[in-house]
Design a protein around this ligand. Structure first.
Ligand code: ADP
Ligand code: ZN
Length: 433
């Protein structure tokens, strides 16, 4: 196993031993913040009472609401003057939450990120283009500092401006990129428009994350670009990217357990789920000094993958994220995750690179309408052929989600695009529109 640093190669017992020591330190550090001092006191929890990882269940949770309530700096565990940077969550699901970092925190984060990049085969000789938004969003600077730490020539391209992205990729012989999946699918159509095949470029590795996507979408990206695409998971509350990352096996993401304590709980009860069961990921920072976050309810649904990864790393793997618990749609009493819809669509060759899910109310009945971009070569004049395709898509979706959606076929690039994370679900039920 070719590792970036020693902690990456720790054995299971070494990880457990390191974790308990770091957890105790992290709890003590957290208790210096006004928020945790109060929270621990109110819960009658003594951070000193944690002696083994079996005690973790007694530690109070932290929720997104707690972070909002302690806005702007109620969770700082060190004086304000020690902080050198702040980030905020992208606000996908409401008011943003703010996270502060000391210089030491930033250095550790950059090392974790560099470790991820090294693991998938990037080296200092690579040219790396970061195509995610900079600013408060952690996918910008978070990835950027990791790439520089590794020693790559790093291009801070930022989000959007597709023609310029393609020019940079081409002119600077870029070999590695960081890109959001929905944007990567869209960008391919711009390549097609200008008559360039990205497979002819030296590009070989993409870090792909920040939003859910399916194995089918990954397959497409690898095929369209002629690259390996690695899943990258992170959230601003836990720094950002660099929390869990796929190795070259491309089968689940290793959580860096020297830096984070990960648990999976039943979102309804907060109790741990059985080994390998799906549940909500709960995470604790094990080394952040400026603003430790303890047992954070991520609302992201996943499971631990059983067994040892063939790559040899002992850091446990989590499964591809199935979306957040609050992403779940309930239509006609059936629970549906948007990713189930994506999985069906991305497996059909006629379907293009984007789709939208519209929830509507028809009298008292909720309906789901799926607007699907169709590849140019299949967008034919023949109404019968299109009608047949529409029916086929509806039937496949029904098999997966158990509700028959209305399917609408639309032309390439006719659905709204965003610069950051895709927002593919439109709920028209409340407004009655
Ligand atoms: P926000 O919560 O406002 O989107 P963040 O930028 O912190 O702010 O986003 C973190 C969230 O993005 C995660 O909690 C998760 O829901 C999602 N996410 C990040 N990476 C992935 C990934 N690889 N797969 C699925 N979801 C992801
Ligand atoms: Zn592995």
């Amino acid at each position: 196993m070719d590792c970036y640093d020693a902690a990456e190669a720790l054995s299971r017992p070494e990880i457990a031993q390191l974790q308990i020591g770091r957890l105790r330190r992290s709890l003590a550090q957290a208790a210096k913040s006004p928020f945790y001092a109060r929270r621990f006191a109110e819960a009658g929890f003594d951070p000193e009472s944690v002696h083994s990882l079996d005690d973790v269940g007694r530690i109070p949770f932290t929720t997104k609401q707690d972070l909002r309530d302690s806005y702007p700096d109620g969770m700082l565990a060190l004086p304000h003057s020690e902080m050198v940077r702040m980030h905020a969550s992208s606000g996908t699901t409401g008011t943003p939450t703010v996270i502060y970092h000391t210089q030491k925190d930033l250095d550790w984060w950059a090392s974790l990120m560099a470790r991820c990049m090294y693991m998938v085969g990037l080296r200092r000789t690579d040219v790396f283009q970061n195509m995610s938004g900079y600013g408060l969003f952690t996918g910008g600077l978070g990835i950027h500092y990791g790439a520089e730490k590794l020693g790559c020539l790093t291009i801070p391209a930022g989000a959007g401006n597709s023609h310029r992205q393609i020019k940079l990729l081409t002119d600077f012989k870029v070999t590695g990129i960081h890109i959001i999946p929905s944007y990567a699918l869209y960008l391919h159509s711009i390549f097609a428009e200008i008559g360039l095949d990205p497979r002819d470029l030296p590009l070989r590795i993409a870090l792909v994350g920040a939003e859910p996507y399916t194995e089918e979408a990954r397959g497409r990206l690898q095929e369209l670009y002629g690259i390996k695409a690695y899943n990258s998971y992170g959230l601003s509350e836990m720094n950002g990217p660099g929390v869990a990352f796929e190795c070259q096996e491309q089968n689940g993401m290793h959580v860096w357990e020297d830096a984070y304590l990960a648990e999976i709980v039943d979102p309804a009860t907060g109790e741990p789920v059985a080994e390998g069961e799906l549940g909500e990921l709960v995470m604790t920072t094990l080394g952040r000094e400026g603003m430790p976050v303890i047992r954070y309810r991520t609302r992201d649904m996943t499971r631990f993958l059983p067994g040892q990864c063939p790559c040899g790393r002992a850091h446990r793997r989590i499964d591809r994220l199935h979306g957040r618990c609050d992403d779940m749609l309930i239509i006609k009493g059936v629970n549906i995750f948007p990713m189930q819809i994506e999985r069906v669509l991305m497996a059909m060759p006629e379907v293009g690179q984007d789709y939208q899910i519209v929830l509507e109310r028809d009298g008292y009945i909720d309906n789901i309408r799926v607007r699907v971009e169709i590849r140019d070569e299949f967008f034919v004049e023949d109404m019968r052929q299109l009608g047949a395709l529409q029916k086929r898509i509806a039937a496949r979706l029904r098999d997966e989600i158990l509700v028959t959606p209305k399917v609408e076929l639309v032309e390439r690039n006719s659905l709204p695009k965003t610069e950051g994370k895709a927002s593919r679900v439109v709920d028209k039920r409340e407004s009655g529109a």
